[in-house]
Design a protein around this ligand. Sequence first.
Ligand code: NAD
Length: 480
Amino acid sequence: MTTSRDVITVAHGDGIGPEVMEATLRVLEAARANLEYEVVEVGEKVFEQGHSSGIAPESWDIIRRNPVFLKAPITTPQGGGFKSLNVTIRKSLNLYANVRPSKSYAPYVASEHPGMNLVIIRENEEDLYAGIEHQQTSEVTQVLKLVTRPGSERIIRYAFEYAEAYGRRKVTCMSKDNIMKITDGLFHRVFDEVAAEYPDIQSDHQIIDIGAARLAAQPEALDVVVTLNLYGDILSDIASQIAGSVGLAGSANIGETVSMFEAVHGSAPDIAGRGVANPSGLLWAATQMLVHIGKGDVAESIKNAWLATLESGIHTGDIYREGLSEKRVGTAGFVDAVIDRLGEKPQHLRPVHYRAGNLSVPAPKPSRQEKQLVGVDVFLDWTEDGRDPDSLGQGLEQAAPDDWSLKMITNRGVKVYPDGIPETYRTDHWRCRFTTGDDVRFTDVLRLLGQLNESGYEVIKTEHLYTIGGQAAYSLGQGE
Ligand code: NAD
């Protein structure tokens, strides 16, 4: 067994958190994981003390000085003013990869997909979770979806490295690049580039909608899935649900210096304090943590004992089924059964074998490409003349300086000028694309905006149009 003594950060959380954490630490102790704990307070009490993100400032020092953080679920208070603790931790500590295995343990845990054994690797910091939202007009709100080349490259490379390290055969990328050609398109393109460096691992790409449908109908066909933040968030909940029980799944948030491990489920206030919670989700997360800190042998022994316990029909209430299970136990009874079986291997379920190691991918080197300003999209809040696009178009053509020409106007992305059709619905939010036919300088844009402003148009934002690496780096209007 591994002998090195590691210090880890532990948070006991809320609701069933302290019960499942105590259970998990008992198993770690019995398996001689040889860990020391530094405890931090997170969650409800800390929110109530007025810390809006659920963590006290002094806890950061502890979390930052230890390589891993084992976190029990917390209760997020209802109502505004509270920030998600998880999002805060992920972003502050640069936890770029979210890893969620979903596996069926049929026939010992009822599942409609007995052959399911997949891992979802989700980009954890970017996409629509950058949290940049605005309301710009009475009618229109927007969120900024940020997809970066380094962020995409890092998570995709992590997925292939994971597949290699865990003996998995295939990595599937899911995106919506048929619609979002620049953002999701970048993710898909980087996937193809990175996949080419791993010829021994199969790779394919699926559009997220059909991919999610296939995941729900035939999860057995998937192995490792790598995807953007929002899609991954949704897919991983579908996957844990159809595997049999959300209560059995753990997840890892991997960063360069600190990584965080937790159960997928929440603090289950409905069963808190009754000693009936299933500790498996946090125990699973703890085994992911052990592999990460190089104690794969301890993780293997715990996981095999856990599989043997499931096989023996000793089940907590959430997975207990008449005729399938032998004995219904509470949290402590389940943990006793796991501890009794340390050193055993399951007879029917496949025993696990973990290659130990901290799987981490360095941040890609920054890169620059030649960039040229070629025009500007000017967004207006405009409601005059019955919202007639022709009236707006003609007015803008008159108002703009002579060297600028109006290429088109769109409303919610659909071209309405020139040559729009009357059926298109029109909000108070108009994108007006201007170019000069020549290289554009920033001062030219300021001159255009100044003149539009003087003519009474309310500019609410602009987006520059660039060519980057010689390619147009902006989307066309629908119908353009
Ligand atoms: P939940 O996961 O806590 O509970 C959903 C259902 O599953 C409940 O019926 C619960 O009893 C059951 N359940 C969950 N874990 C179980 C376990 N280990 N054993 C047996 N049964 C279990 O989800 P919820 O009710 O939507 O959320 C409760 C609280 O948890 C909320 O405040 C939410 O914000 C928070 N939450 C926290 C995290 C986290 O800390 N990572 C994640 C999700 C939800």
